[in-house]
Design a binder for this molecule. Structure first.
Ligand SMILES: [Mg+2]
Length: 455
C-alpha cells in the first residue's frame, strides 16, 4: 500500500514535470496567443459574457507580472485603467470604485510593503487589503497554530510576514541552524556558515542533543512561505522536525495512511463552502508536524533556456525523503494560484472591499456620476455578481479561475510570454489583447445589461 501511494505520487510528479517543461520551453515568444483573429475573439468573448449574470457588481482579480507590469514597467494603458476603476476616495477617477485585488504568486514581504510599491506604480492609493500574495491566505492559520512555535521557511522577510499575521513565536531554519549547529554537520565546519564556531565539548553532547531535539518538537507548524534558498539546511531541518514529531506517535512507521496522496496535496482546501484554508486545516491531522506551502509550483522560467526549481520542487524532494525514511506519504496543505483555497480567500477579500467602498461612499458627498468607458456608478448596486480573474499564465491564472466555481470567469491576456495551453482545464473563458481591453469590454457588458434590464 505504501509502495502504491509512492508510485502514484511519482507518476503524478512525472506528468507534472512533462507539462511544466512543455509549457516553460514554450516561453519567450513575442506573441504567444496568435490563434484567433480579432473578429473571432469578439464572437468567442460575447458567447461567454452572454451567459454571465449581469445584474450585480463585477469585480476583478489582476495577476501582476505579464498583465499589468513587465520587468517592473507598466504595460500599455494599464496605469490609466487602474486609475479609472479606482474610487476618487482612493485617488482614482471612478465615482464609486469597482472592487479589485492584485492576485500574485509572489511573496516574501508584507502585503503593506507590496501595496506601497503598487501605489507608486499606478498612482492610486492601493490598500494592503487589496494585495493577495501567495502566502496571504495563510494568515488564517493563526487561529489554529497561533499558540505554538511557527517555523517560517524560505527566502525574503518570511519571519516578519508571519509576525505581521499574528504569530507570536516565530523561528526560521537559519535561527535553528545557528542555535544548534550540529544539526547541520556539513555546515558546521564551514567558516562561511559559522565564522565564530567553537568545537563542541564531549561532555556537553548529551545536554546539547536533548536541547536540540526539544527545539524540533516544540515547532507546532511548518510553513514554506517562499522559495527556499539554502536547500541543505532547510531540507535537513524540516525533515528533522517532521520525523521527530512522527516518532512521538505510537503508530508503527509505515502504518499510517489517512488520505490519498492527491487529496493531501491538492484537495484539503477545495470545498467551496470552505471560505479559507483555516477551515480546511480543521480536517488536516497528520501524524507529523503540520506542513503548509504558500505555492506548489514545481518550476519557473527565467532567461535561462531550461526552467528553474521552485518551491514545489523543494516539497517534492522533502516528500520523497520523508517517504523513504518513514514509509508514509508526506501530507501538506498548499495555497497560491491555482489552488481553490486562494480563490476562496480572494473572494472574501473582494466582498470585504465592496463593503469598504460602500462605507467610504456613504461618508462622502462625491458620488456624482461621470460615465466613461469604465462605467459610472454601476459598481456598488447589489452584491458582487461575478469575478473576473485576469492573467497571462494558463497553468496558474486560468486553471485557478476555472476551478474557483461559477462565480469566477477566467480571462487570458496576450501580454505575457506563455503560450496558450492545450490542457482542457486551462482554456480561458475570455481572451483579450490587453488587460485594458478586457476591463473595458467587461464593464461595458455589465453597464449595458444593467440599463437594458432597468436594474
Ligand atoms: Mg503572470
Amino acid at each position: 500500500m505504501n509502495c502504491n501511494l509512492g508510485q502514484i505520487q511519482r507518476q503524478a510528479s512525472k506528468t507534472q514535470v512533462v507539462r511544466h517543461l512543455t509549457r516553460l520551453l514554450n516561453t519567450g515568444v513575442t506573441n504567444p496567443n496568435p490563434t484567433f483573429t480579432e473578429a473571432e475573439l469578439n464572437v468567442f468573448n460575447q458567447q461567454h459574457l452572454s451567459k454571465v449574470a449581469s445584474s450585480g457588481t463585477p469585480a476583478f482579480a489582476f495577476d501582476i507580472d505579464g498583465v499589468l507590469l513587465k520587468d517592473s514597467q507598466v504595460i500599455g494603458n494599464s496605469r490609466n485603467m487602474i486609475q479609472a476603476i479606482t474610487s476618487r476616495a482612493r485617488g482614482g477617477h471612478h465615482p464609486t470604485g469597482i472592487p479589485y485585488i492584485f492576485l500574485t504568486n509572489g511573496g516574501g514581504m508584507r502585503e503593506s510593503v507590496r501595496a506601497k510599491v503598487l501605489s507608486e506604480q499606478f498612482g492610486v492609493d492601493v490598500h494592503e487589503s487589496q494585495v493577495c500574495l501567495s502566502h496571504t491566505p495563510l494568515r488564517t492559520l493563526v487561529s489554529v497554530h497561533g499558540g505554538s512555535t511557527f517555523l517560517a521557511s524560505g527566502k525574503g522577510e518570511v519571519a516578519d510576514v508571519a509576525r505581521s499575521y499574528g504569530f507570536a513565536d516565530v523561528i526560521t531554519p537559519q535561527e535553528l541552524k545557528h542555535k544548534f549547529g550540529n544539526l547541520v554537520p556539513h555546515c558546521r565546519s564551514d567558516p562561511n556558515y559559522f565564522p565564530d564556531a567553537k568545537p563542541a565539548r564531549r561532555e556537553d553532547t548529551a545536554v546539547w542533543a536533548a536541547e536540540a531535539h526539544e527545539a524540533l518538537l516544540r515547532v507546532g507548524a511548518i510553513c514554506v512561505m517562499h522559495d527556499p534558498r539554502d536547500w541543505y539546511v532547510e531540507m535537513q531541518l524540516l525533515l528533522d522536525i517532521l520525523v521527530a514529531r512522527r516518532m512521538q506517535d505510537p503508530t508503527p512507521l509505515g502504518q499510517h495512511q489517512p488520505y490519498a496522496v492527491q487529496d493531501a496535496q491538492y484537495d484539503l482546501g477545495l470545498s467551496s463552502e470552505h471560505a479559507c484554508i483555516m477551515t480546511a486545516s480543521a480536517h488536516y491531522k497528520p501524524l507529523h508536524t503540520p506542513l503548509y506551502l504558500s505555492n506548489a509550483d514545481l518550476l519557473f522560467s527565467t532567461n535561462v533556456r531550461l526552467p528553474r526549481l521552485a518551491q514545489g520542487a523543494f516539497a517534492e524532494c522533502l516528500s520523497h525523503l520523508y517517504w523513504k525514511i518513514t514509509g508514509e506519504p508526506l501530507e501538506w496543505v498548499a495555497c497560491g494560484k491555482p489552488t481553490p483555497a486562494t480563490y476562496a480567500y480572494a473572494t472574501t477579500m473582494l466582498e470585504g472591499q465592496l463593503a469598504e467602498l460602500r462605507a467610504e461612499l456613504s461618508g462622502s458627498q462625491d458620488a456624482g456620476s461621470s460615465a466613461s468607458a469604465y462605467g459610472s456608478t454601476l459598481a456598488l448596486n447589489g452584491p458582487i455578481q461575478h469575478i473576473y480573474g485576469i492573467g497571462d499564465n494558463p497553468h496558474a491564472d486560468i486553471e485557478g479561475a476555472n476551478r474557483a466555481g461559477p462565480q469566477w470567469s477566467s480571462v487570458l491576456v496576450q501580454t505575457g510570454t506563455i503560450k496558450r495551453s492545450d490542457v482542457p482545464i486551462q482554456q480561458p473563458n475570455l481572451e483579450f489583447s490587453t488587460v485594458d481591453e478586457a476591463v473595458k469590454a467587461i464593464v461595458s457588458y455589465h453597464a449595458t445589461a444593467r440599463i437594458n434590464n432597468v436594474i
